[in-house]
Design a binder for this molecule. Structure first.
Ligand code: PGA
Length: 237
């Protein structure tokens, strides 16, 4: 199935991302939404914060779930816990994000328990995803199959390189992630990419071969995939 592709000028990226998410969320009373971290969704969270602040959006019924987390100290400023504290919890009325415990002594059990919590909530209604330079979505690194489920993972070298921009020498080697199975089971998938550095992988994911080597390409197996790109990320399409 062809994804619906939305290419916008860079300054409109956050607003367009929010528009796509809201068009899916507003159909549902208490949507379960998978949320990404990183630089890509910053404009989205800013847009949601502005709408909520002006009383134009009520996110309080939403049920947000983090899609991944580094295995490292929860309080570290580069953890996803800290990211959501900075960019999500500041949205008026935002309910707390359900998150993996990054310090869990038994990561396999933690992944299973997080998957069970998500499943008890009915699974994802909407998966909002960024894309890594290596084609990962959440921490589903190259080689992840469409039926992979929530699990601890070794971070790919390229993911660690990107993470090192924040974590430096403390960059974790492992992460916890929802699997491709939980992401593909979402009713809707909204994939976001911006900036010139993503142009190469964006040219592969929505157009190239569907293969575990580029996990984002597996999203094309989904019947409701919307891709939001800024013009830079779309420049190699
Ligand atoms: P970024 O990360 O938004 O910081 O580029 C995206 C990702 O790795 O999923």
């Amino acid at each position: 199935m062809e994804p619906s592709l939305h290419v916008v000028p860079a300054p409109g990226f956050g607003r367009a991302s929010a528009g796509l998410l809201l068009s899916r969320a507003e159909r549902l009373a208490r949507p379960v939404i998978g949320l990404p971290t990183g630089s890509t969704p910053l404009g989205l969270y800013e847009e949601l914060a502005g709408l909520a602040h002006r009383g134009e959006l009520d996110v309080s019924p939403w049920r947000p779930f983090a899609i991944d987390e580094y295995m490292g100290p929860r309080q570290h400023p580069c953890s996803n816990h800290s990211y959501f504290a900075r960019h999500w919890d500041v949205i008026a009325g935002a309910p707390p994000v359900q998150q993996f415990d990054p310090e869990a002594p038994d990561p396999d059990a933690e992944a299973a328990s997080f998957a069970a919590r998500l499943s008890a909530a009915g699974g994802l209604d909407i998966a909002v995803l960024g894309i890594g330079l290596n084609g990962h979505v959440a921490f589903n690194e190259p080689g992840s199959s469409a039926d992979s489920s929530a699990r601890p993972v070794l971070l790919h070298e390229e993911s660690r390189r990107s993470a090192a921009a924040c974590w430096g020498t403390e960059t974790p080697e492992r992460g916890l992630t929802l699997g491709m199975a939980e992401l593909l089971a979402a009713r809707s998938v909204v994939l976001l990419a911006n900036g010139e550095s993503k142009a190469r992988v964006v040219a592969r994911a929505p157009r190239g071969a569907i293969s575990p080597e580029c996990p984002a390409s597996l999203l094309r197996l989904h019947g409701d995939l919307a891709v939001v790109l800024d013009e830079q990320a779309a420049s190699a399409l």
